[in-house]
Design a protein around this ligand. Structure first.
Ligand SMILES: Nc1ncnc2c1ncn2[C@@H]1O[C@H](COP(=O)(O)OP(=O)(O)O)[C@@H](O)[C@H]1O
Ligand SMILES: [Mg+2]
Length: 289
C-alpha cells in the first residue's frame, strides 16, 4: 500500500451536510497519509475501482432506492474491498433479520411482520408501533394507542400499497430511560451513547423527526455488552466487521432487548470516542487492497 492509497467513504448529499463522523474519519485517514475522499454513493462518474478500500458511511436515503443501492454495493464489491460487505448490506437493510436473531435466541423487541396480502393483527392492549421493515431515521414509523386501531390499519395498508412489509411492536415505554447504541470496531466494543425517545407524538407519521435526540455518552452495563455481543455473534457470516452498532432498549420487564442492528450506514458517534477514528483507520489500512 503506497502513501497515495485512495480510500473512499461512501456518503450522500444529506451525509455531506449532516454526518459529523465524516470529517473526523477523513482527517484520521489523511493523517496516516491516505488519499481519503468522501464520495456520493450514486455519483455517476466516480471510479470505485481506483480505491484500495471503500467504506460505506452515510449513504442516507438509500432505503427509498433499495434495489439500486444493493446493485451499487455488489458492483463496488466486484472491483474493490467494500466494508461492510454487500451481502451483509442486503441482509441488514431488511429488518426481518430481527426474526432470525430471535430464532437464534437473541432477545429482540417482540415483532410481528405483516407482508402485503397477510392478515393484519394488531395488539389487543397497550401502545404499539407500526413501521416499515426497510427504513432508517424513523421514517414511516408511528406510535398508536388502543383507540387508534383504524388509523394503524390504514398505516399498514399504505405500507403494503407501497410494497413494504409492516412491523408491529409493543411500544416500549421504558425507552424514556434512553436507547443505548453500542459501537463495535473490528468486532471489539469501542464506545456507546444513549439517546432519548424518537416517537414522542402519537398517531402520526412524521418523517422530519430528530433521529438521535439528547445524545450523551454511555458506559454500557455488562448485560448490555453481553447482549450486543450475542447479537453480533448471531449475524451470519464473517465476524470482526469493520463497524457495527447495536441499538438496545429496555423491555417493560426491565430486560435489555435489541431494537436494531445497524451494520450498513450507522452514525458511529465518533465525537463520543477519543480512540475511535484512529482505530477505524487501523482497520481500513489492514483491509485496503
Ligand atoms: N417498539 C418501539 N418502542 C418504543 N420506541 C420505538 C419502537 N420502535 C421504534 N421506536 C423509536 O423509533 C426510533 C426508530 O426506530 P428503529 O426501529 O430504530 O428504526 P430506524 O432507526 O432504522 O428508523 C427508535 O430509535 C425509537 O426511539
Ligand atoms: Mg434506530
Amino acid at each position: 500500500m503506497s502513501a497515495s492509497t485512495r480510500v473512499a467513504l461512501a456518503t450522500s448529499v444529506s451525509g455531506l451536510a449532516w454526518d459529523t463522523d465524516l470529517p473526523l474519519l477523513l482527517e484520521a485517514l489523511r493523517a496516516r497519509g491516505l488519499d481519503a475522499v468522501a464520495a456520493l454513493w450514486d455519483a455517476p462518474d466516480f471510479d470505485w475501482s481506483r480505491c484500495a478500500a471503500v467504506v460505506i458511511r452515510s449513504t442516507w436515503g438509500y432505503e427509498q432506492r433499495l434495489p439500486e443501492y444493493l446493485a451499487w454495493a455488489d458492483a463496488v464489491q466486484g472491483v474493490t474491498r467494500l466494508d461492510n460487505p454487500a451481502w451483509l448490506v442486503r441482509w441488514n437493510t431488511d429488518k426481518r433479520y430481527l426474526g432470525e436473531l430471535a430464532g437464534r435466541g437473541v432477545p429482540v423487541v417482540p415483532t410481528r411482520f405483516i407482508a402485503p396480502g397477510e392478515d393484519v393483527v394488531l395488539p389487543g392492549h397497550g401502545q404499539f408501533v407500526v413501521k416499515p421493515a426497510v427504513s432508517a431515521g424513523a421514517r414511516g414509523a408511528a406510535r398508536y394507542t388502543q383507540d387508534l386501531h383504524e388509523k394503524a390499519a390504514a398505516h399498514i395498508a399504505a405500507l403494503h400499497a407501497a410494497g413494504s412489509t409492516a412491523m408491529v411492536q409493543p411500544y416500549l415505554t421504558r425507552i424514556d430511560e434512553g436507547e443505548r447504541a453500542l459501537v463495535f470496531l473490528g468486532g471489539s466494543f469501542s464506545h456507546a451513547v444513549r439517546k432519548g425517545p424518537v416517537l414522542t407524538g402519537i398517531g402520526t407519521v412524521d418523517d422530519d423527526r430528530v433521529p438521535h435526540p439528547g445524545l450523551v455518552g454511555h458506559l454500557p452495563s455488562a448485560t448490555e455488552l453481553a447482549l450486543a455481543e450475542a447479537a453480533l455473534a448471531a449475524v451470519p457470516g464473517s465476524p470482526g466487521l469493520l463497524h457495527a452498532r447495536v441499538d438496545i432498549a429496555t423491555a417493560d420487564d426491565g430486560t435489555p432487548v435489541v431494537m436494531e442492528l445497524e451494520l450498513v450506514e450507522p452514525n458511529l458517534f465518533m465525537g463520543h470516542s477519543e480512540h475511535g477514528p484512529a482505530r477505524f483507520t487501523d482497520l481500513v489500512q489492514e483491509r485496503a487492497r
